[in-house]
Ligand binder design. Structure first.
Ligand code: ZN
Length: 210
């Protein structure tokens, strides 16, 4: 089946937002796995266990409200050496949220997530919002986008197509997006281990974004 979204971020999108981070330098042969929308009481520990098996580090873009609900799991993310980033408090869509409301939401999440990494939900963030986010979180805040989407959030995704596309396009420096959420779990559970095996086979490592 054809999919309504692209696995690989097109060049024109990176060109429109050059100040946002779409991929990282390939220097040390690291691939950057990222997990959005957690922490979740079942899915996040499953991911953390898998990462441990691979001796891998990754980045978790957490929703503040979920961190409040599952502080122990959030702590485990940090204790195991992964990086955490701010993904707003209630998963706000920047295009549909007024500036003040958006920033209040980011401030709330900053109370429980101490990080200079920010990823806008749905990748939607207006320029004024980006500026204001940096005012709240610090001028050196990095807005982390991605190079590749797994499509794991879509229950109708073809698992084999997703794995094939990710294996084809992943290279050192790539930032991959998965979701540690209930909705994504059935798909992610199959896609992630296959993709990690491929990355390991190529001899690349798994890094956390700093
Ligand atoms: Zn999200």
């Amino acid at each position: 089946m054809s999919l309504p979204y692209l696995y690989k971020t097109p060049a024109w999108l990176r060109w429109i937002y050059p100040q946002r981070i779409w991929r990282l330098p390939a220097l040390d042969n690291q691939v950057y796995l990222s997990f959005d929308d957690g922490p979740h009481p079942v899915v996040t520990p499953w991911v953390l266990d898998l990462l441990k098996e691979f001796d891998a580090k990754a980045s978790f873009f957490c929703i503040g409200k979920n961190v409040e609900q599952y502080p122990g799991i959030y702590k485990r993310i940090l204790d195991e050496g992964h990086s955490a980033g701010n993904h707003t408090h209630t998963h706000k869509n920047g295009w549909h949220t007024p500036l003040d409301t958006y920033i209040e939401d980011v401030k709330k999440s900053a109370r429980v997530i101490s990080s200079r990494l920010f990823r806008p939900p749905y990748g939607r963030l207006r320029s004024a919002q980006a500026k204001a986010v940096k005012k709240v979180l610090g001028a050196d805040t990095k807005i982390i986008m991605w190079d590749l989407l797994s499509g794991d959030f879509d229950p109708s995704v073809s698992i084999s197509k997703s794995v094939e596309q990710l294996n084809k396009h992943t290279k050192p420096g790539s930032i991959l997006v998965f979701h540690d959420s209930e909705k994504a779990f059935p798909q992610m559970q199959q896609i992630l281990p296959a993709v990690m095996k491929n990355i390991k086979l190529k001899g690349w490592g798994f890094g956390g974004i700093n």
